[in-house]
Structures are given as C-alpha cells and as structure tokens.
Design a protein around this ligand. Structure first.
Ligand code: CP
Length: 342
C-alpha cells in the first residue's frame, strides 16, 4: 500500500500522493472537482490567489522534465507558495549525497512539500516514510505518475462528461510507462474499459490480474481502435529500453504509429491524448498530434489546474481525507473564496 501514515493528527488522511493505486474513486473525483475552480482562475487577468501563502514547495527532479516541473512550479506560484527548484545534475548529488540526505536537507529548510521525480520506482515512497513534509510523486521509474493520470482523466471528463463506460485505448510502450499505470488505476476505478495495445514485448504479463476485468490486452491496433472513445498514445521510452523490443523503429511505426488513416477505426469524436514529450512521426503522426481531435495542449493547461488542486487539498489541515466530503460542495466553497479574492 503506497500511503504513508504521516502525521499523527492527520489520522486517516493521506499525507502523500504516491500513486492512484492507493486512491479511492471518490478521492480521485474529489481532486478533479476541486481542479475545476482552479482552472476558472486561468481566465482572470490576475491568476494568483493567496491560498498557500507562507508555504514552500520544493521541486526535486532527479530526471528531466519540461511540463511536470514547470506546471507544478506555476501551480504553486498561482497559489502564492514559495518554490525551491532542485536539479540533480547541478546539486550535491553529483558529490555523492544520498536521496534521503537530500530530502532531509530540504526538510531542514522547513519546506511543506517535496514534489519529486526519480528514475527508481518507489523512491518517493522511501522519502515519504522519512520526512514529515508532503511528498507528491511527479513520476517514479515505471511505477506511477499520479498527477499525469489525474490530468488525463480531467481532460477526458471535460470533453466526454463521464468516464464510466468509455472505451479508452492506451497505445504503445506500456512496459516502461508510469503514465500507463496511473491511467490504468484511475480509469478502471472510475469505470472505464481500458484496452492496452502495443507489441507483446512492451506489454507486461498479468495486467488483467492486477487491474481487473475492465482491462483488455491487444497487439492488433485496428482491433484495439474499433469503437474507441479515447486514445492515449504513449512515448516510446528508448532511454529505458535495454535490449530489442521490436525489429526497427520503422516497423514499430508501421504497426503501432497513430495516423489519420488508423484513427478512422475509432469513433468519429474520439479524443487523442499524449502525455508528452512526443516522438513525432514515430508513435504519432504530426497530422494527428496537431489535428482536431488532439487534446495534447489542453492536457498541459489542465495539468496546472490539477496540480493546484493537489497542492491545495494536501496543504489543508486534514490532508486528503480517506472519506471525502462532497467534492462539488468543496469546489463551490473554493470558487466562492477565490471570487471574494478577485
Ligand atoms: N508528461 C510528462 O511527464 O512530461 P515531462 O517529462 O516534460 O514532465
């Protein structure tokens, strides 16, 4: 179970966000409800509210990132928190400082949040068990990327108004993808049917044993796309692939690249998502990436709102409660507070 007990006074509340595996469907819905009023702030000329004034968010990135790091930073700043930015390659990690010593050093600076990305699956959980600050997983190895899963679901919900009953295809390098795992947990908990599709070498064994009967595995893209409401295309993670998973990149694209032609197999209003960064011309054609069904830039915008909601909820006196109050009521209260601040 990827939930650390945290501060005694928080009792059943969750101190850290380590993955969607440990969240209930209600908790996921609660975060997404609170993300909506956060997104409404984006239309204002002044997009900042003092909700987290006096709090500090440290961004500990041991792996490269463009959108996750920047959107967490922007989310913290829009809530008036201070931010501290850490990059492993220019830090004392290069002198041999350990992960835990690095985390405890930031804790000694009295930060409230450690937003953490690391190449090792489980690294945020290890840190969470050693510090009092809230640890938010910004991607660990091939384990989870919970805020990416949340923003993907938020984006689908915005357009489709529901998750239950949708057919969502997750296409590509499932084996190495933390995005796939967070999507699988979140989407199946909310009642979607998920088809994972890719070369058999890039699909881990036993997915249905882990994620249950709502998950189907296919190695035939045309079959997988039939009747799809959403396609989430994954990046081919060549930096994590040790060994040969398919004969050539050209063959991968021929069999599993998403093109306009292939998209015709899906429903006419099928949404196309990609977490980024994209390998254009490899797993997705530019025509699809820039086409009318693409949600890719909306995902980036929604990432800020979802990360604001996560920081806001986890900073609250109770953390993220195990039994959530009415999310819509909370969202309304947030909206009213923010309105009063405008
Ligand atoms: N989707 C995602 O995690 O992108 P970055 O690696 O740019 O943060």
């Amino acid at each position: 179970m990827a939930v650390s007990a945290g501060r005694a006074e928080r009792k059943n509340a969750m101190k850290d966000l380590l993955g969607l595996e440990s969240l209930s469907a209600e908790q996921i819905g609660y975060i997404l409800d609170v993300a909506r009023p956060m997104k409404n702030l984006f239309t204002r000329s002044i997009k900042k509210v003092p909700a987290l004034r006096g709090r500090t968010v440290a961004l500990l990135f041991f792996e490269p990132s463009t959108r996750t790091r920047s959107s967490f930073e922007l989310a913290a700043k829009r809530l008036s928190a201070d931010t501290l930015s850490f990059t492993a390659s220019t830090s004392s990690v290069t002198k041999g400082e350990s992960l835990l010593d690095t985390a405890k050093t930031y804790e000694a600076m009295k930060v409230d949040f450690l937003v953490m990305r690391h190449a090792a699956s489980g690294a945020p959980e290890l840190v969470a068990s050693a510090v009092k600050a809230h640890v938010i997983n910004a991607g660990d190895g091939s384990h989870e990327h919970p805020t990416q899963g949340l923003l993907d679901i938020f984006t689908i919900l915005e357009k489709k108004r529901k998750i239950e009953g949708l057919k969502v295809v997750i296409l590509g390098d499932i084996l190495h993808s933390r995005v796939a795992r967070s999507n699988l947990w979140g989407l199946t908990k909310l009642g979607a049917h998920v088809t994972v599709c890719g070369p058999s070498t890039l699909i881990p064994a036993g997915l249905t044993d882990v994620f249950g009967p709502r998950v189907t595995v296919s190695t035939d893209l045309e079959e997988a796309l039939d009747g799809a409401d959403v396609i989430n295309v994954l990046r081919l993670q060549r930096e994590r692939q040790q060994g040969d998973y398919f004969p050539t990149l050209r063959e991968y694209t021929e069999l599993f690249g998403l093109t306009t032609d292939r998209l015709r197999q899906a429903k006419p209003d099928c949404l196309v998502l990609h977490p980024g960064p994209m390998n254009r011309g490899l797993e997705i054609s530019s025509e699809v990436a820039d086409g009318p069904r693409s949600q890719i830039l909306d995902q980036v915008t929604n990432g800020i709102a979802v990360r604001m909601a996560v920081l806001h909820l986890f900073a609250g006196p109770e953390g993220l409660p195990a039994t959530v109050p009415d999310g819509k009521q909370t969202a309304k209260a947030v909206q009213t507070t923010f309105k009063a601040l405008s």
